[in-house]
Write a protein that binds this ligand. Structure first.
Ligand code: ADP
Ligand code: MG
Length: 335
């Protein structure tokens, strides 16, 4: 059984201006100890998907489909059960999380908080566990007595990782955990997260707009566009042989860290991502696509087998390389 399985997950924000379908029909699965990278431009639905996993979306968000964590559907859990699952089974390191630390509370007390809330450790045991967690994320134990303002951005992000690990979760979802950090620190923090999850057999979903960063740290990749997964598969294969034109654009993008323009539009790809409230018909990517056919404006696309390696072809459909592009379907049919 997968640690996490998403079946046809959709999230629609109901707003006064109309419905915003931010995530549409996403199916994914994650095994224990596996790292899945989710990439896509701003607005592609990555954070919405991440928050749906722990039901952290605002009240106006309508969620459908199934989100199975160890076979149990997060969407139908009671609030009591959900509270137990948050932190203890799955935890989220969210975008800009380092700013979420309480400035007037000691770091050690903040790391120990989830331990206390979930009745996992108090007093001396909690202090021991806190010291151990700080050490795991590469900070000296004496930092427990200090305050967030005494730390650099990268160190604060390490504290957030320690908090996420506190209750020994089985799944960690990291939503652009390093976007606010400089390049060197970014690489360190990502490899730290990756090695910790591997060491403890934790499943990881790592979200970023940077496909190259994900390819270096994750086993598998999923590329999102306009709320859908448009390509997924083993990291190396998706990165080196992206079959969806959007996946190719991201693989070639290498965005410059800190440059907002390169975050919004991968190099070589014109136009803007669509407004989810007004999605193009057919393939959502067709207005920006360099290889679009006339039929792409009207014919729906789905994820078709896309692997061009022997290895990829014999893998089961679940782990193999797929892409939602008509050129991939044509290619497969021609074989
Ligand atoms: P990403 O994390 O990939 O940048 P998001 O999940 O944040 O994307 O957003 C996906 C889409 O949903 C965007 O078009 C965004 O404007 C819209 N959106 C996000 N949050 C809300 C909300 N609370 N109400 C309405 N629309 C929202
Ligand atoms: Mg986001």
């Amino acid at each position: 059984m997968s640690l996490l399985e998403l079946r046809d997950v959709a999230v629609t924000y109901r707003s006064a201006a109309g419905d915003v379908p931010a995530v549409r029909g996403v199916s994914l699965s994650l095994a224990e100890g596996e790292a899945l990278g989710v990439a896509g431009e701003s607005g592609s639905g990555k954070s919405t998907l991440a928050m749906s996993l722990l039901r952290l979306l605002p009240r106006d968000a309508l969620v459908s489909g199934e989100i199975l964590l160890d076979g149990e559907d997060v969407l139908t859990m009671s609030w009591g059960r959900l509270r137990a699952v948050r932190w203890a089974s799955a935890s989220l390191i969210f975008q800009g999380a380092q700013h979420a630390l309480n400035p007037v509370r000691r770091i050690g007390d903040q790391i120990a908080e989830p331990l206390r809330v979930h009745g996992m450790a108090t007093g001396a045991a909690a202090r021991r566990r806190t010291a151990e967690l700080l050490e795991q994320v590469g900070l000296p134990a004496w930092r427990a007595g200090g305050y967030p303002h005494e730390l650099s951005g990268g160190q604060r992000q390490r504290v957030m990782i320690a908090m996420a690990l506190a209750c020994s979760p089985r799944l960690i979802v990291a939503d652009e955990p390093t976007t606010a950090l400089d390049v060197m620190i970014q690489a360190q923090v990502l490899s730290l997260i990756r090695s910790l999850v591997a060491e403890h057999g934790i499943g990881l979903i790592m979200i970023s707009h940077d496909l190259s960063v994900l390819a270096a740290t994750c086993d598998r990749l999923a590329v999102m566009y306009a709320g859908r997964v448009v390509e997924s598969g083993p990291s190396r294969e998706v990165f080196r042989d992206a079959r969806h034109p959007y996946g190719r654009a991201l693989a070639e993008a290498f965005p410059t860290v800190g440059d907002p323009a390169s975050r919004l539009a991968p190099r070589g790809l014109g136009g803007d991502p669509p407004d989810p409230a007004h999605l193009p018909t057919g393939c959502s990517f067709h207005p920006r696509c360099p290889v679009a056919l006339v039929s792409c404006a009207s014919e729906p696309v789905e994820l078709w087998p896309a692997s061009r390696t022997e290895e990829g072809r014999i893998e089961s459909a679940e782990v193999s390389h797929t892409a939602a592009c008509v050129h991939v379907r044509v290619h497969q049919e021609a074989r």
